[in-house]
Design a protein around this ligand. Structure first.
Ligand SMILES: [Fe+2]
Length: 957
């Protein structure tokens, strides 16, 4: 142990320390619904969460700050605990006249790839360093400036020595002699003298043997080796969070420096140990260096292909420049040879994609589950499957052949990694008794287990638009007749063939068309204008076809939806005229089979839209800019950074994996979904046409789709157009609970709009989200500004909702609904038999329509690829972090925040019970009935594995 190794630091002007304020007050009149702009600013009334509290926290749309002290109702969190607990959380202060003894206990977690994990040439050196106690050097940093010199105080440093080696962690300890009047300790700088990185869990300081009020530094962070980067790593105390203006004087320079490190300078190729967060366009999806057919356009940065930004990795450009928007990359030289130029707009691909070190979860125990499983399945299992099924186009000859996937499985060729598969994905890969052969055998999805034929029926088809995997597309019909907004000179007649007469005929005397429209009984899945421009391109791909589609539903008196018409359209082309036809449920054999085939096309459209837009784009992809900007602009001591961090965890890593295996050229999505190589271009088109931040808030999304209207008398301030709409009903419970938690938290740290405006880091974060992360939409008028507590609560609630509830609703039911692929085929491969059909085609269809249906379904290999990947993506890791379950260290250190979090936790447990109650209510026919899988996707908690429930904090799979 070495003591007394002070190092001087530079001077910095002192800014007076401002303490927390707990006087954020709310006027009772704020309980009333504020008249807000209907489209964007709707935020419903929130229920009082804690029984016995008379201090209802108000919906942020209704909250206004009251000047003066009369009639004040305190923030629920602040009112209850601040006075009892004292205004200051405990801090470690050495204000004695004699030196104080400070003890530091450092906990390092065992990891797969860290310093204690492997035997290598450096391991001996590191053990040697540990033996002599010189492998971890800590430096205590004073929170305040020296009052005499107004410069930073001299730090106090010591080496830590290893004291305990446990199964999961190793403990180091250091003792410091801290000079008199050192004051508060605000940060610890740590240097890792090992040759390998280590994963730091936390550092706990106590003074003079008193461990009643320790100073905690919750790290959960990779500590790089000094041989990779000589710069020390700084951790700020978790005991307190500071707005920029409140930063203790002695920490101001460090706060700035840390942010500068995290931002980097925008140059160079990123190294694994770095923590730099920066932006780039999606220019690494293609792989033209391996095959010119794998060139893909750059997404983001152009009018043609708008897209959110991803994390910059700085990999070198590709050599074959045809992958990008630049046109000429090869030049014919005088000697006749072609010279290749690198393409500055397109990036080479690599297996291990850089993500900032602390975004990577791949080496921490347990949380490795998701990444390991995803990697294993994508890297080796799927190629094995391709080997086992030689004919890529072969479909299933009979329905019984589909059943065999579950009963008998698919024999896989021997592979070195099979043993690992059986360990990691036991649900999928099973060993035969002899042990030599492996089987890919699927579990029967719950919906098929309950009702084998439910997928075939109309009522299940329409029920799943409200309680299935993609409940985000169904919308109220507000305008009729349907008219395309696309150019008729290119695409043909814009008017739909669905007429009022046709609708009346299908409603069959229940009510007149006009009445149905006025009484909000007509709903639509509209995949017309988004898909139509892609139809011809996709039809040129091998083994694929596409239509644009409109599917119309009627809301029955029972509150369920009945599909009444499907319109499929092929636009005009130079060779052929426009082709359109409306299909309806029929009572003749040919009509009934055509209706079934039309449904296959619509479900394939919905499955593609779900995966590319509702899931990948709106959750995974759009979240990344918030995370990048948050780390670049919000200090790790900023309260909003500390609020949002658990909702950002692991997302960048899973997105990097998706770019390698899922959404890349010839990746799983392109191989299995109808749009093929145009999949991500379609995704970009949806981003350009449909995505807006303000509409990502659940209430605003429901209102936009006509699925709800504002109603101050209704629960959550919203009246649902279809009362029994399980996604909306349960989603609003989660939304409101999150909103209350965020309002409590924000109210604790900001007492006025002026505080919000003055928060330079917060404002920089939000500006950067818009101007850099979503740069292609930066000039859109709908971006909210953050001028008040209400604005901030609205923005943060929206982001947390997308990461938690929205993602859970579209992610964890993927196997449940897609595991039996006829229920959600990823592609429909053949045209309708009546499109430009020859007599022989029609005769073939009439002779055996079931064969036509099987030919239309995905091929055998497409179906099994999708089923395998959906099984993995639907799975919860053993140590999944669920919404509102565990408090962050910084939240626990503040009694007011801790109490608010406890209320959040309590409310989520209540919600579990409410959802169970709804699923048992036989009047709610869209979630309770014969053979129906109850709607549990928004139940907050779950066991590990594929359960069809559970709302994690963040997007990690
Ligand atoms: Fe996901």
């Amino acid at each position: 142990m070495v003591q007394g190794d002070p190092a001087s630091r530079h001077m910095n002007p002192s800014i007076p320390f401002v303490r927390f304020r707990y006087d954020w007050l709310i006027h009772p009149t704020m309980l009333k619904q504020a008249a807000l702009q209907p489209s964007l600013a709707f935020f419903p009334r929130r229920p009082v969460l804690s029984a016995g509290s008379n201090s209802a926290v108000l919906p942020f749309g209704n909250r206004r700050r009251q000047n003066g002290n009369s009639n004040k109702v305190r923030c629920a969190a602040a009112a209850d605990e601040s006075s009892a607990a004292g205004m200051e959380p405990p801090t470690l202060l050495t204000a004695t006249k004699r030196p104080a003894t400070v003890k530091a206990v450092v906990t390092v977690l065992m990891t797969v790839g860290g310093v204690f994990a492997h035997v290598g040439i450096t391991r001996g050196l590191d053990d040697f360093g540990d033996l002599f106690g010189r492998s971890l050097r800590l430096e205590l940093v004073g929170a305040t400036l020296d009052p005499q010199t107004e410069s930073e105080k001299k730090t106090v440093s010591a080496f830590a020595h290893k004291t305990k080696t446990g199964v999961e962690s190793i403990t180091y300890e250091a003792t410091f002699s801290v000079p008199p009047n050192f004051g508060e300790i605000g940060a610890v700088a740590v240097r890792n003298e090992h040759h390998e990185e280590m994963f730091l869990k936390d550092i706990v300081l106590t003074i003079d043997g008193d461990d009643s009020a320790p100073l905690v530094f919750s790290c959960r962070s990779w500590l790089h080796s000094k041989f990779d980067d000589p710069q020390d790593r700084v951790f700020f105390t978790s005991n307190k969070s500071y707005l920029p203006s409140e930063t203790p004087s002695g920490l101001q320079r460090l706060r700035q420096r840390e942010l500068e490190i995290l931002r980097g300078d925008g140059t160079g190729q990123r190294k694994k140990f770095e923590r730099i967060y920066d932006y780039d366009v999606y220019n690494d999806l293609g792989n033209p260096d391996s095959d010119s057919a794998l060139a893909r356009p750059v997404l983001g940065g152009s009018v043609a292909h708008p897209y959110p930004r991803r994390c910059r990795t700085g990999r070198p450009p590709t050599h074959s420049g045809i992958s990008s928007n630049t046109l000429l990359h090869r030049t014919l030289l005088r000697d006749g040879s072609l010279r290749c130029f690198s393409d500055p707009k397109s990036e080479q691909r690599s297996g291990n994609v850089y993500v900032p070190r602390d975004e990577s979860f791949s080496a921490v125990k347990q949380v490795t589950f998701s990444a390991k499983t995803v990697r294993s399945v994508m890297h080796a299992l799927l190629p094995s499957l391709e080997t086992a099924m030689v004919d890529a186009r072969m479909g299933f000859p009979y329905f019984t052949a589909i059943d065999k996937l579950f009963d008998e499985g698919v024999a896989l060729p021997p592979h070195d990694s099979m043993h690992a598969f059986r360990t990691i994905v036991p649900r999928l890969v099973k060993a035969l008794a002899a042990g030599a052969q492996n089987l890919l055998q699927f579990e029967v999805p719950e919906m098929i287990d309950r009702d084998k034929f439910s997928w075939f029926r109309d009522e299940e088809f329409s029920r799943q638009t409200l309680a299935g995997l993609n409940p985000l597309s169904i919308q109220l019909v507000t305008e009729f007749p349907f008219v395309s907004k696309l150019d008729p000179s290119i695409y043909g007649s814009p008017e739909s063939l669905i007429t009022a007469e046709l609708i009346e005929r299908e409603i069959k005397g229940i009510m007149a068309f006009k009445e149905a429209l006025e009484q909000k009984k007509l709903f639509i899945l509209d995949y017309h204008d988004l898909l139509l421009p892609f139809v011809h391109k996709i039809r040129e791909l091998e083994d694929s076809t596409l239509y644009a589609s409109r599917t119309l539903f009627f809301l029955t008196p029972e509150g369920t939806l009945r599909p009444i018409a499907i319109e499929l359209t092929r636009p005009a082309s130079p060779k052929k005229p426009q082709w359109r036809q409306v299909f309806t449920p029929s009572w003749d054999a040919t009509g009934a089979w055509l209706w079934r085939l039309a449904k296959v096309h619509v479900v394939a459209h919905d499955a593609g839209y779900h995966q590319l837009v509702s899931h990948w784009l709106r959750t995974h992809c759009c979240m990344e800019p918030y995370i990048i900007a948050g780390n670049r602009q919000l200090s790790q001591m900023h309260p909003i950074y500390r609020l949002m961090h658990p909702y950002f965890r692991y997302t960048m890593e899973i997105n990097a994996l998706a770019r390698v295996y899922l959404v890349n050229a010839n990746g799983i999505i392109e191989q299995t979904f109808a749009p093929g190589k145009y999949s991500l271009e379609l995704c970009s088109a949806a981003y350009g046409q449909q995505w807006r931040f303000d509409m990502e808030a659940l209430p605003a999304d429901l209102i936009r789709r006509g699925m709800a209207v504002e109603d101050p008398e209704a629960e959550h301030g919203l009246r649902l157009t279809i009362e029994d709409y399980p996604y909306a009903q349960d989603g609003l419970l989660i939304w409101s609970a999150v909103e209350q938690w965020v309002a409590d938290y924000v109210g604790h740290y900001y007492s006025s709009p002026a505080d919000i405006a003055a928060d330079s880091e917060l404002q920089s974060w939000w500006t950067e989200v818009r101007t850099k992360g979503h740069a292609d939409k930066q000039n859109e008028p709908w971006w909210p500004s953050i001028d008040s507590q209400d604005d901030l609560v609205r923005v943060l609630t929206t982001i947390i909702w997308v990461a938690s509830g929205h993602h859970a609703a579209v992610n964890f039911g993927q196997y449940q609904f897609g595991g039996y692929f006829p229920n959600r085929p990823s592609t429909a491969r053949t045209n309708m038999p009546v499109e430009d059909a020859s007599d022989s085609d029609l005769a073939k269809f009439r002779a055996k329509p079931e064969a036509e249906l099987l030919r239309c379904f995905p091929s055998k290999i497409q179906a099994t690829l999708v089923m395998a990947i959906l099984d993995v993506l639907s799975s919860h890791a053993p140590d999944e972090e669920y919404l509102g379950k565990e408090a962050e260290a910084a939240w626990e250190k503040d009694p007011v925040i801790h109490a608010a979090f406890e209320r959040f936790n309590g409310r989520l447990r209540e919600i579990e019970g409410i959802i169970d109650g709804r699923n048992a209510d036989s009047t709610l026919m869209n979630r309770c009935g014969a053979g129906i899988v109850p709607y549990q996707l928004l139940k907050p908690y779950s066991e590990p594995g594929v359960t069809g429930m559970g709302v994690p904090n963040s997007i990690s799979i």
